[in-house]
Ligand binder design. Structure first.
Ligand code: ZN
Ligand code: ZN
Length: 539
């Protein structure tokens, strides 16, 4: 079986740097794809460190060199002149060539000169298009020399939902300054690639917007690309083989002390999710996926993670499919006892394997958690489900997660007022009540009404609800509330009593670990959380 990557990047090219193409990517691999992971964005300076000498390949081949010395380096933007930048007006985008042709025809009939450009990639296995993310973009034929000029052009056609993009193929607008460990500065072109040894990056932002947000120093295999982005700031991109990427994802998304069958399940769902979302997010970015939970948390080369490495190795190329299509293999940390139905959490295709189910070891019962009284009993109780560590005999690996199965978070009146205003844009005044309007099958709230002295606001969707009620976001949207009142009867604080951590759709990571400990194999675990699916070899 061979994997062929179709070359359909006319703007940004699947090509080697020496050709002068902007998006640096190697020639198509035959055994596994190489992908681009965004690590840092919008940086004034990037510090990187290597334990060994490294190679540097620059946009301009004359500047490329081997054996740069090991140590701590600093990259900054020496000069960026957006004056010469070209901008593109994008008018239409379709996955079907015929529709793009038809749209282009209508534009030409109106006297607008347009051009069609295919974009994105397809992964083809044995002549069978398994992952096809190609779209056909219709753009204005001419380039624009400023963003506002392109916007003015679009404004003349209010019926077209267009957007403006800086030409990603354009280079030569700036220079990167590299400060060596010896204090020597060299100026080189606006994109460089570092290779030949592992590269450590400092100040990598982790978990932005969540309760675990912090900065870390991380080490990467593969290559690191540094480039000046459209905003004139530096980006760092890890160009890496998918299987190496997956080691960093499994280590980033699951505790590496978990039993190996659970780590294997994570490797398969992370691989599946990567291919399933490939090309859907970050379409105008210089990379395929970001390294945060928005796509999947990626830590680079994991430390002390032999079990993670073997879990990825033993499942190489395996993905989860449903009726021959890649699954939406969502997962979350702790479901709380019942997984969520995808369509109740985000816009979904109504996947039959993501309908929400009790996280129990035996046959699945039914429990109507959409009813308020059932939800309260459920959340205030400690049901015997897989992610209940107490009933699982308190395994060592799950210590960190004990606090998420059932939890309480107290949020003060002051914080609530501020966070509701910041996150919803509505100043409701003093918070009087939070009315729980609608629950999904897992008991997670789908809508709440936050009522204040001046106004009220209805918040819908799981993540919006979690973020609207706590600065660090509530652990889950499966909660009931209790109000603390002062002597005058005003709300002093709200206590959220909840179940689970995360959106709850698909595999429950903690439940998977308990199942693995109790002897379930990776296929048992995956079939439990994604009923009706099949594990297949993608490459
Ligand atoms: Zn992302
Ligand atoms: Zn669970």
């Amino acid at each position: 079986m061979t994997l062929v990557r179709k070359l359909v990047w006319p703007l940004v090219g699947l090509c080697i740097i020496a050709s002068g193409c902007s998006r640096m990517r190697y020639a198509p691999p035959l055994t596994q794809p190489i992908i681009r992971v965004g690590i840092l964005e919008g940086q004034d300076a990037i510090y990187f460190e290597t334990a060994d000498d490294f190679n540097l390949v620059a946009q301009n081949p004359d500047e490329s060199a081997k054996a740069f010395e090991r140590g701590l380096w600093k990259a900054t933007v020496h000069a960026f002149n957006p004056e010469g930048a070209r901008y593109i007006a994008l008018l239409y985008d379709s996955r079907e060539r015929a529709r793009a042709d038809e749209f282009a025809g209508r534009m030409r009939a109106r006297g607008i000169a347009v051009r069609i450009e295919p974009r994105g990639e397809a992964l083809v296995i044995d002549g069978h298009n398994l992952v096809d993310r190609r779209t056909f973009r219709v753009r204005a034929e001419r380039d624009f020399s400023s963003k506002s000029e392109a916007e003015t052009f679009l404004k003349a056609y209010p019926d077209i939902q267009g957007r403006v993009q800086r030409d990603p193929a354009q280079t030569g607008l700036g220079k990167i300054a590299l400060l060596s460990p010896n204090g020597h500065t060299s100026l080189i072109s606006d994109a460089i690639r570092l290779s030949g040894t592992n590269i450590t990056l400092r100040n990598v932002e982790v978990g932005s917007g969540y309760h675990w947000a912090r900065n870390e120093t991380r080490t990467y295999g593969g290559e690191i690309e540094l480039r000046i982005g459209a905003d004139g700031k530096l980006l760092a991109i890890n160009v890496v083989e998918i299987e190496l990427y997956l080691r960093g994802v499994v280590a980033g998304e699951m505790a590496n002390s978990f039993p190996v069958e659970a780590l294997k399940a994570q490797a398969i769902v992370s691989r599946t999710l990567f291919f399933n979302t490939f090309g859907r997010f970050h379409r105008d970015s210089e990379f395929d996926v970001c390294d945060d939970v928005h796509c999947q948390a990626y830590v680079g080369l994991p430390r002390n993670a032999a079990a993670v490495e073997s879990a990825v190795h033993d499942t190489k190329g395996l993905v989860l499919t449903y009726q021959d299509a890649l699954c939406t293999a969502s997962y979350s940390a702790v479901c709380g006892g019942h997984t969520a139905r995808a369509s109740e959490v985000w816009d979904s295709d109504g996947e039959p394997y993501l309908q929400g189910l009790l996280d129990t070891r035996t046959t699945l019962g039914t429990l109507d958690l959409t009813r308020e009284e059932n939800a309260r009993t459920w959340i205030e109780g400690k049901p015997d489900v897989c992610c209940n560590l107490e009933s699982a005999g308190k395994p060592d690996f799950g210590r960190y997660a004990e606090k998420y199965f059932r939890w309480q978070q107290k949020v003060t009146q002051e914080e609530l007022q501020r966070v509701v205003r910041d996150r919803t844009g509505v100043d409701v005044g003093e918070i009087r009540d939070i009315i729980l309007l609608k629950r999904g099958v897992s008991g997670r709230l789908m809508a709440v009404d936050i009522t204040g002295s001046k106004d009220h606001v209805v918040v819908r969707k799981e993540l919006n609800i979690r973020r609207a009620l706590s600065a660090s976001a509530l652990y889950s949207a499966c909660f009931v509330i209790e109000k603390e009142l002062d002597a005058a009867g005003h709300v002093d604080a709200v206590i959220f009593k909840g179940a689970g951590w995360g959106h709850g759709v698909g595999l429950c990571q903690l439940g998977a670990a308990v199942r693995a400990r109790e002897g379930q194999k990776v296929s048992d675990i995956l079939h439990a959380y994604y009923p009706g699916t099949t594990i297949k070899q993608l490459y």
